[in-house]
Unconditional design. Structure first.
Length: 404
């Protein structure tokens, strides 16, 4: 099976998500996979020129050794707003080019504009289009005035998609409200590599590397540092904490990175708050192993967070770590109560709740519950489901053609 993926973010530099796992696992199963991506980070790339060149990155494997995903990056105009306007032209051309050269059996869309283009091209070519939702993307559009337009485009794609895939039940309700047909909408949850995320991994060496003492209470966060992540508030609470054992280990880059650095300097928290920047995916388990408690302290009223379940939660829990998370609807619907997550109403409550967990001696019990809840979600099982859905969509289109 030849699979073409279209997304509107940087496949290579941005953090690892579901599509990376699934694309690489399909590749390892003998399928051919190509991904059209977008030079989202052109502003900080240090590259010159008003127009970026078309680039092809062969045999990309972010996670699974031996995987071969071909990433194609169409040219864009490197100017705000015009980068997305130019995307409409260059991604349309690239999708047509791939239809002619690659002849995909199915197209999977993860964006807004290029998913609309891919959906129309797939329908014109008589191949299935699968719309895969891991985020409410229109809420992430930087220019707010364009968000209603983004939602309208998403709604048009949802209504015409042959299959709609979402990562949790709350998001399923959301896309169906937007027009997705219930009979073609399926929940495909995140998976876990249980060998890689092994709770038996010793975190002592990593704790020593960052200067943490044996009795320190290390709070951990990883991922893109959005301004609504709540980390700045947690750092401020840490600065006020009377218990000198509290430490933070933050792995990732993003909009909030420099502000967090400034907060660390302002409160003289060097050695207590460690900002590592981005780390290779292969090093993530050893960093989680160094932690006592993992965090998702996002703002409770942040619209984008209401319906999603970040993959990092599964990875935290697989490492048998308790998780302190803001009580968000999607997360509560996915994990419920009593499964290793401790809910707070906002980031200001994280430090007191962490100290309470330690004081009550609940670290081990909460971690064991977390691991037990997620260990059924292996990536092999998720990839089986994803592969089956794509193959069924392809077969249905073939049957439609035969009946005409």
């Amino acid at each position: 099976m030849r699979v073409l993926i279209a997304q509107e973010t940087d496949w290579i530099k941005r953090p690892t998500h579901q599509q990376h796992h699934l694309a690489e696992m399909l590749s390892l199963r003998g399928h051919e996979v190509r991904a059209i991506d977008f030079e989202l980070l052109w502003k900080g790339g240090g590259r010159r020129g008003l127009r970026s060149p078309r680039e092809v990155f062969p045999d990309v494997a972010k996670i699974h050794r031996g995987a071969k995903v071909t990433v194609i990056r169409p040219s864009i105009v490197r100017l705000p707003v015009l980068d997305y306007v130019s995307l409409i032209v260059t991604h349309r051309q690239e999708i047509r080019r791939q239809l002619a050269e690659f002849s995909p059996h199915v197209i999977v869309g993860l964006g807004i504009l290029n998913s609309y283009l891919a959906m129309r091209a797939a329908r014109a070519s008589g191949i299935p289009f699968v719309y895969y939702w891991i985020d409410v993307l229109h809420d992430l559009i930087p220019v707010r005035v364009f968000r209603p337009l983004g939602r309208a485009v998403e709604g048009a794609v949802l209504k015409r998609a042959d299959r709609v895939l979402v990562i949790n039940s709350r998001l399923r309700e959301y896309v169906e409200e937007m027009g997705a047909r219930p009979e073609v909408t399926t929940v495909v949850r995140a998976g876990i590599d249980l060998k890689k995320f092994d709770p038996a991994m010793d975190g002592a060496a990593m704790r020593e590397k960052y200067g943490f003492r044996k009795d320190d209470i290390v709070l951990f966060f990883m991922g893109w540092l959005y301004r609504f992540s709540g980390l700045k508030e947690v750092v401020e609470e840490l600065a006020r904490a009377r218990d000198d054992r509290i430490r933070m280990l933050i792995v990732g880059e993003g909009d909030l990175f420099e502000d967090l650095q400034a907060k660390v300097r302002e409160h003289n928290l060097q050695g207590k708050v460690i900002l590592t920047g981005k780390k290779p995916y292969q090093e993530i388990p050893s960093h989680i192993a160094a932690a006592d408690i993992c965090l998702l302290p996002a703002y409770a009223n942040e619209k984008i967070m209401q319906h999603i379940v970040p993959i990092k939660l599964y990875e935290y829990m697989a490492m048998r770590k308790p998780v302190i998370a803001t009580k968000l609807p999607g997360i509560v619907a996915e994990f419920g109560e009593g499964n290793g997550l401790v809910y707070v109403h906002g980031p200001e409550e994280v430090i007191p709740r962490a100290l309470e967990i330690v004081r009550n001696g609940n670290l081990q019990e909460l971690g064991s519950r977390a691991r037990a809840f997620v260990e059924v979600n292996t990536w092999d099982a998720v990839a089986d489901q994803f592969e089956r859905i794509l193959e069924e969509a392809v077969k249905e289109k073939e049957n439609e053609r035969l009946q005409k």
